[in-house]
Design a protein around this ligand. Structure first.
Ligand code: G3H
Ligand code: ZN
Length: 281
């Protein structure tokens, strides 16, 4: 009932000058936790499943996608399904059939020319399948022999290079390197909000922040105010889930019913998402 296209949620964020949360789903409990938090806040959310999560599920795209789509459909708020960090081109072609409305194509580790060519091709395939596509300009600074992920430490997106990349690839959104990094378990990232503003002024596509688990609340809000329209969070749920499971198991060595600790973990993840939603404009 409430499964909507990602493009719709991002367009809403653009209209209100805010940002939509895009939260990683690894298990059914993640999807339930994220949707419960979104319902409690009365705010739409993006469920994103990464290629790595698909790999974790034996390389099968459909079961975890079907679970996410089913939870989304039953939610009382708009929820979309996004396929994240795709490097396998065949997944782009299969995404729409698995009920995704968007993909993030990740050629960020490839040399610049190859990134451009492969992303442009992925964008054509995505659009032919009715999908919204996000991508990342990996290498920055004109050294095509030394590609680096846009989310490696210290990397920053150059506005001119980004403008050319968007126009040559035809993507609908751009993941930008502005100070965050993937997989941070401490919230110590320092974002360059001035650069976010310059990128927003230069580009006519929405900006996406990856690695948002490491970004403190006040900076997440400032990033959205400066022009970030989609905020990707994953690791923070892993932290909440694992901490909770550890605590429950440590408290009772006789416990064998997984529902006991998974329910606590689901609630902990929901709390993390609720906090994120309360911060984003
Ligand atoms: O695409 C997913 C996000 O970039 C997640 O990053 O796990 O560091 O929050 P994170
Ligand atoms: Zn990411």
């Amino acid at each position: 009932m409430a499964l909507v296209p990602t493009a719709e949620l991002v367009a809403g964020a653009v209209r209100r000058g805010g940002a939509v949360a895009a939260v990683n789903v690894v298990t059914l409990e993640h999807a339930e936790a994220i949707c419960a938090a979104a319902e409690a806040a009365g705010i739409g959310v993006i469920l994103q499943i990464s290629e790595n999560a698909v790999r974790y599920h034996g390389g099968r795209l459909e079961p975890i996608a079907a679970a996410g789509a089913a939870v989304a459909r039953l939610a009382a708020v708009p929820v979309s399904l996004h396929l994240d960090h795709v490097t396998d081109d065949t997944l782009v072609a299969r995404a729409a059939e698995a009920r995704f409305s968007s993909v993030m194509y990740d050629a960020g580790a490839l040399p610049h020319g190859e990134n451009l060519a492969r992303t442009a091709r992925a964008a054509r395939v995505a659009h032919a399948n009715g999908l919204w596509i996000e991508a990342e300009l990996g290498h920055v600074g004109g050294k095509p022999d030394a590609p680096r992920s846009a989310h490696a430490a210290g990397v920053r997106t150059d506005p001119g290079e980004a403008e050319e990349y968007v126009s040559r690839t035809g993507v609908n959104a751009l993941a930008v390197a502005v100070g965050s990094r993937h997989a941070m378990t401490a919230r110590t990232a320092l974002l360059d909000t001035g650069l976010i503003g310059r990128l927003r002024d230069r580009l006519d596509v929405p900006l996406v922040l990856h690695g948002s688990s490491g970004v403190p609340d006040d900076q997440l809000r400032a990033a959205a105010e400066a022009g970030i329209r989609k905020v990707n969070v994953g690791t923070a749920l892993g932290v909440a889930m694992t901490r909770s499971v550890r605590a429950v198991l440590a408290g009772d060595e006789t416990l064998v019913d997984p529902r006991t600790y998974l329910a606590a973990a689901r609630e902990a993840m929901s709390g993390t998402v609720g906090q994120l939603l309360s911060v984003l404009p």
